[in-house]
Design a protein around this ligand. Structure first.
Ligand code: CUA
Length: 316
């Protein structure tokens, strides 16, 4: 059965094999328990049926410590083992390697928009090189979707109003299925795409073709000026706002005494929900850009800040 599955649904990412081993071990363990209970039940029903008088029916056994301890402790050890095994794999599935190449995903009814750091955009398909880890940072423009690639054994919800991440490392070239695995309206079933895994040199060729005029970070710099961010976060600003130069990844002390890391989620919240986390020492005067700025523009602004953000002359 297992080899049939591998033919029907190949394991094409680094963690896919570990995932399958865990899944089939749990399936086998559950099957053993179910079949064992059914087998004993059936045998007893037949052997001790009322019409049989030739079997021994001793009085009810009220205590048998060895039996009781073993039927408690053995399953406990087995399932606790499954728990630690699963937790270990979960940690691996949700901890991307530091060198993973980032791709931004924006889902909407009913398509996938994918974007590479060099500015190249794709709809319903994603080109990536074989053997390199890829980190997806995902959000939705409307309802909850779910990014599902069966051959890679990855699936993660794509939720409006926040970023979720998942990573994978393809192990073989080819074309794989991308499906939406969360019912999201009329055309949910058609919200699908392809993951195209290429040899690194072919991938490099592909990357060089088409739209690569501006990287994400360069487009983010344009947005930074278009949205008037320099009005407060700029050198000539009369308003007292934090400098954004080299902010990304730094610790930011907040007015309430806590400290957050300036990551994608923090920057996103600062743009859309500026009252949520106020930087220590600054008045809460940043206006919310909710409803005025697209997910796309937020991704570009984050890429801009990640690349260093405004220069000291551009910032304050
Ligand atoms: Cu998107 Cu289902």
């Amino acid at each position: 059965m297992y080899s049939a599955l591998r033919v029907l649904l190949p394991e094409s990412s680094k963690n896919a094999y570990s995932y399958d081993v865990l899944f089939f071990s749990m399936l086998a363990l559950s099957a053993i328990v179910v079949l064992g209970v059914f087998a004993v039940g059936t045998i007893f029903c037949i052997r001790y049926r009322r019409s049989r008088t030739d079997v021994s029916r001793t009085p009810r056994v009220s205590r048998n410590p060895v039996l009781e301890f073993s039927w408690t402790l053995i399953p406990f050890a087995l399932f606790l083992g499954i728990y630690f095994w699963g937790a270990d794999l979960y940690g691996k599935l949700y901890t991307p390697p530091a060198d993973a190449q980032e791709v931004h995903v924006v889902a909407k009814q009913w398509m996938w928009k994918l974007q590479h750091p060099n500015g190249k955009r794709e709809i319903n398909q994603l080109h990536i090189p074989v053997g390199k880890p890829v980190l997806l940072t995902m959000t939705s423009e409307d309802v909850i979707h779910s990014f599902f690639v069966p051959e890679f054994r990855i699936k993660r919800d794509v939720v409006p109003g926040r970023y979720t991440q998942i990573w994978f490392q393809p192990t073989a070239t080819g074309v794989y299925h991308l499906e939406c695995a969360e019912y999201c309206g009329t055309s949910h079933a058609r919200m699908r795409g392809k993951i195209i895994v290429m040899q690194p040199d072919q991938y490099a060729d592909w990357m060089r073709q088409g739209e690569t005029r501006n990287t994400l970070a360069q487009r983010g710099r344009k947005r930074f000026h278009e949205f008037g961010c320099t009005g407060c976060h700029g050198p000539k600003a009369t308003v007292h706002a934090p400098s954004l130069h080299n902010l990304y990844g730094k610790a930011v002390p907040l007015a309430d005494g806590s400290v957050v890391t300036a990551d994608d989620a923090y920057i996103r919240d600062s743009i859309l929900l500026p009252r949520k986390q106020i930087a220590a020492g600054y008045p809460p005067i940043m206006p919310s850009f909710a409803g005025q700025i697209s997910e796309q523009a937020i991704i570009e602004l984050i890429a801009f800040l990640k690349a260093g953000g405004p220069t000291p002359e551009e910032s304050q």
